[in-house]
Design a protein around this ligand. Structure first.
Ligand code: FES
Length: 368
């Protein structure tokens, strides 16, 4: 039942502050308040972000663009960030992170959702979700930003890494960014180029934008590059700023190449897959302490701490499982862990780590 229009639902968010104050002090239960609010409109909630599916359209053979209208708890989001999306299936709460391709002032957002082979969330969204359905989201996160200065920009995207970069590109061009911008998108085959038609239209509309396609497995047409990323492919594309998004191996290759480019600004990059464990890594047994669960168990130095906690029956909150969304952040109480993406070691008690990309280097105690 919807007794209120969506625009009013969004405006009401600040007016719910007194109810939040009462729930913070335990005088009201948040779940009870949300139940009553949702008699007025299914998007209303004290703190949770709910959204209605407004439109869905295919932007590649295997990618769907979803437009969602969010309630007023989605605030301060930017294109290029990513947001966890939750689904409940057979009593199990599933979560995946997707990039924000667009964020509008009226609460509309666009997500680009690629079908993941063997995935449990993407087939639900691509094949069963319909307009008018309600979804729950978490809060947006992510550091990618369009360069502040007016400089030549190179955007390197692999696969669905196009989605955050397109979000930033759209916003920059609409705001009048006039310096040269080159976007190079790596996909396996031509049908996998997401948002291809829109990118073509943008190049016609904005003369400072150049878009190239690179095919990593398939015959290339004229103007397209062939093969995986190499410094030689992009050496002629002069730029002071580089933003890159793709799987871990791709981002690492870009990072190494960029270090050799003179006059460069710091690289902005985001990988949507975690780094693999080092080959030949010795696997050792360690003791894992889960303080809140009062558990001491035997773990190993190979698997990430999220998997190891889940294997012992714990259910830590999580989202992307790729080190991006921060949903699995947890306080390290004792011991040393290594972040698989960066190789950085954390060992300060009280430090926050991301469970899904952290492996223990010895005995570890977590606030879990
Ligand atoms: S689950 Fe997203 S950062 Fe760990």
């Amino acid at each position: 039942m919807r007794l209120l229009p969506v625009w009013l639902v969004r405006q009401l968010a600040p007016c719910l502050a007194p109810l939040r104050w009462l729930t913070d002090r335990g005088w009201l239960r948040e779940a009870d308040v949300d139940w009553w609010l949702q008699r007025l409109h299914p998007l209303l909630s004290l703190r949770r972000v709910y959204a209605l599916v407004e439109t869905r359209h295919w932007v590649a053979r295997d990618m769907l663009a979803l437009t969602l209208r969010c309630n007023g708890n989605a605030r301060g989001w930017r294109s290029g960030q990513h947001v966890p999306l939750y689904l409940e299936r057979q009593g199990v709460r599933l979560s995946r992170s997707y990039s924000l391709v667009a964020v509008q002032r009226d609460g509309r957002i666009e997500l680009g959702i690629r079908r993941a082979a063997g995935g449990r969330v993407s087939p639900e969204l691509l094949d069963r979700l319909t307009c008018g359905d309600r979804l729950e989201l978490g809060q947006a996160d992510g550091e990618l930003q369009w360069p502040g200065e007016s400089s030549a920009v190179l955007l390197l995207a692999a696969g669905s890494g196009i989605t955050p970069l397109l979000g930033l590109l759209r916003a920059a061009l609409a705001a009048g960014y006039a310096a040269p911008v080159t976007l190079l998108h790596y996909v396996r085959q031509p049908g996998q180029q997401a948002y291809g038609r829109e990118l073509q239209q943008l190049t016609q509309q904005y003369p400072n934008l150049q878009v190239r396609l690179a095919l990593t497995a398939g015959p290339a047409a004229s103007g397209e590059l062939v093969g995986r990323f190499s410094g030689g492919q992009v050496a002629a594309l002069a730029a002071e700023d580089l933003l890159a998004c793709g799987p871990h191996g791709y981002v690492e290759q870009v990072r190494i190449w960029w270090q050799s480019v003179p006059g460069r600004h710091p690289l902005q990059a985001e990988a949507f897959t975690p780094a693999p464990g080092a080959d030949g890594e010795q696997v050792a047994s360690v003791q894992l302490g889960f303080a809140r669960a009062h558990q001491q168990v035997i773990g190993n130095t190979r698997d990430n701490l999220l998997e190891q906690a889940e294997a012992r029956g714990l259910r830590p909150p999580h989202g992307c499982r790729q080190g991006i969304c921060a949903s699995c952040s947890c306080v390290l109480l004792a011991g040393r862990v290594r972040d698989r993406r960066s190789g950085l070691v954390s060992q300060e008690p009280g430090q926050t780590i991301r469970l899904c990309v952290s492996v223990p280097l010895g005995n570890v105690t977590l606030d879990l």
